[in-house]
Design a protein around this ligand. Structure first.
Ligand SMILES: O=C(O)COP(=O)(O)O
Ligand SMILES: [Mg+2]
Length: 225
């Protein structure tokens, strides 16, 4: 029987990345004359990767976006974001202790994020988190990504886990929908960038601080499946 597996979303779950995402977005859109966004806009912009974030930034300002403009914005975003890592991004309070607890209790840990690998890996490295995870999959690891359940299923497969013994921890409906669709247990965090009320996501459990994420809780949520 494979070890229990705890799978974490990244932006808004493991790491509070909002200030850096928004700063790089503003850097990317300034030359085309789009007014800057604030950190409070993260909830309506972030969650489905950089492409969608840039598309939404134009949509929200009622501006059309052609492919050349997108490419230029994407380039500017990528260069600025990568150069700034880790910037102001920090692991959420209590997450490192929670990862330590789970690991000590025999859990394997994985990351399943819609963030591209080329941003994900350096950020996890810079914050000394990489070593915790047996598997890290990003928004461009496969041809599908959350909320597609296959992103979760393939992450579990790469971690040699079992969906019946896995829990997906995330902040947005992408994470909870993908986890539930895969048949995994789900835990929603209430401190991230949810695009809709966390109470509406029907996760198996909600937590408002990582102090609540104990091996007992993770096992209980998995057992309830
Ligand atoms: O980069 C994004 O838009 C979302 O990333 P996440 O899946 O880690 O929340
Ligand atoms: Mg997230």
């Amino acid at each position: 029987m494979p070890a229990p597996l705890a799978i974490f979303d990244l932006d808004g779950t493991l790491i509070d990345t909002a200030p850096d995402l928004i700063a790089s977005l503003n850097h990317a859109i300034a030359p085309v004359g789009l007014a800057p966004y604030g950190v409070e806009d993260t909830k309506t912009l972030v969650g489905r990767g950089v492409r969608v974030m840039i598309e939404r930034a134009f949509e929200h300002r009622d501006r059309s976006l052609d492919e050349d403009t997108f490419d230029a914005c994407f380039e500017r975003f990528s260069e600025h974001y990568r150069a700034g890592i880790p910037g102001e991004s920090r692991p959420y309070p209590g997450i490192v202790a929670a990862l330590d607890r789970l690991k000590s209790a025999g859990f394997d840990l994985a990351v399943c994020t819609n963030k591209r690998e080329s941003f994900t890996m350096p950020l996890l490295d810079a914050l000394d988190l990489t070593g915790y995870f047996t598997t890290i999959t990003g928004g461009d690891t496969f041809v599908f990504r959350k909320p597609d359940p296959r992103h979760v299923l393939e992450t579990i497969a790469r971690a040699s886990g079992d969906v019946a013994n896995a829990v997906m921890v995330g902040d947005s409906s992408n994470d909870i929908d993908a986890g539930k669709g895969a048949g995994a247990a789900t835990i929603a965090v209430t401190f991230g960038y949810a695009d809709r009320p966390v109470t509406d996501m029907a996760a198996d459990r909600m937590i408002s601080h990582f102090d609540e994420l104990t091996p007992d809780l993770a096992r209980a949520v998995i057992a309830r499946q």
